[in-house]
Unconditional design. Structure first.
Length: 355
């Protein structure tokens, strides 16, 4: 038979007066109470960390015992595990595990992650060469014997959200096609948090687009009749979750800093699309992608009033200083359209990657 015994021993001693020591207390009560061991605590000193693509970042995490100042009890090995939470919080993706001298990193994190270990209770994770896909929330879990605790840290990237629809036109992408469309334009599908921050910064777009959690939403800063009605309040409008295979919408993409040079190619003549591709190659570069023109405009303040071809066959130009005949009312990447590739003539924007 198994039983659980919680023991509090209270000993009451009745002492008879001693002839040689009449000053002794007549009554003594001694309490002996068993205490629980020190509880493991995991703490992230910062809830959000900001970085940019190509940089290095440290996600903070330290562990303590609640009733002691030491990192561990010494009776069990400390196991540290870092995982990334998916945007819908339904799954965790393994990033890094350490126990004693054993270390293991996973997937795209291999060779890019390691523990800082500045002290014996430091479980902070260093991520090098930040990728767009690294954006998100990370969980630090520390396990010692039967005790464990966790902390969550958000990694935010400095960047820009932009709406995207393909040459086929409005509402032609299912969720998986939307993901690929963003990747093709040097970006990833945006999260709700990224779209919300873009809305707070003034993004106004009436077409609904996919987000990384599978929802369909759009940001409105100027309520109007075709976009929810004049009397509605500004905000991010939510269409809810739709069938990822069958439902079709636009997409909101997110891009960050790039490791290269974005520029308008000075050329003696205007070009067809194929000529534009070849002109960039001849200049030691490639025709630029939509994500690259948005990153150059938003993060570097790139400003050019010349319309130019981009890799997806669209023609655009970035305006950071609004002026007459060049987006007089707002700073924006102006969209000309998807012209006939064989007959329409424009300039071209190129991108040369740094080695």
């Amino acid at each position: 038979m198994t039983s659980l015994l919680f023991l509090v021993l209270i000993s009451v001693c009745w002492a008879e007066p001693h002839p040689d020591n009449s000053s002794l207390e007549h009554e003594r009560i001694i309490h002996i109470q068993e205490e629980n061991g020190p509880r493991l605590l995991v703490v992230a000193e910062q809830a959000k960390i900001f970085s940019q693509r190509g940089g290095n970042v440290t996600l903070p995490c330290k562990f303590y015992h609640e009733h002691t100042s030491t990192a561990g009890s010494g009776t069990h090995k400390i196991r540290v595990k870092w995982t990334k939470l998916t945007s819908d919080y339904l799954k965790e993706v393994d990033v890094f595990v350490a126990m004693g001298h054993h270390r293991k990193s996973y997937g795209k994190y291999q060779g890019r992650v390691f523990l800082r270990e500045s002290s014996e209770n430091d479980a902070s994770l260093i991520i090098t060469n930040i990728m767009l896909e690294d954006y998100g929330r990370y969980k630090c879990e520390v396990i010692e014997g039967l005790e464990d605790d966790t902390a969550v840290v958000a990694l935010n990237l400095e960047g820009v959200v932009f709406p995207y629809s393909p040459r086929l036109g409005r509402y032609n992408l299912n969720f998986h096609e939307a993901q690929q469309a963003c990747l093709d334009q040097d970006s990833i599908i945006a999260s709700f948090d990224q779209l919300y921050e873009a809305w707070r910064s003034g993004l106004d777009w009436c077409n609904a687009g996919w987000l990384s959690d599978g929802s369909v939403q759009y940001p409105i800063t100027k309520p109007r009749e075709p976009c929810g009605g004049k009397n509605t309040v500004p905000g991010v409008r939510n269409y809810g979750f739709w069938d990822k295979e069958k439902s079709r919408y636009d997409v909101f993409c997110f891009t960050s800093n790039f490791n290269g040079r974005f520029y308008y190619l000075i050329h003696p003549t205007k070009l067809t699309y194929d000529e534009a591709v070849q002109a960039c190659l001849k200049d030691g570069a490639q025709i630029a992608k939509v994500g690259q023109i948005f990153a150059a405009w938003k993060l570097l303040g790139y400003d050019r009033c010349d319309a130019g071809w981009l890799a997806d066959g669209s023609v655009r130009y970035p305006i950071s200083r609004p002026r007459k005949r060049c987006s007089p009312n707002e700073a924006a990447v102006r969209f000309v359209g998807f012209p006939d590739k064989k007959h329409k003539l424009y300039g071209v924007y190129c991108f040369r990657a740094y080695n």
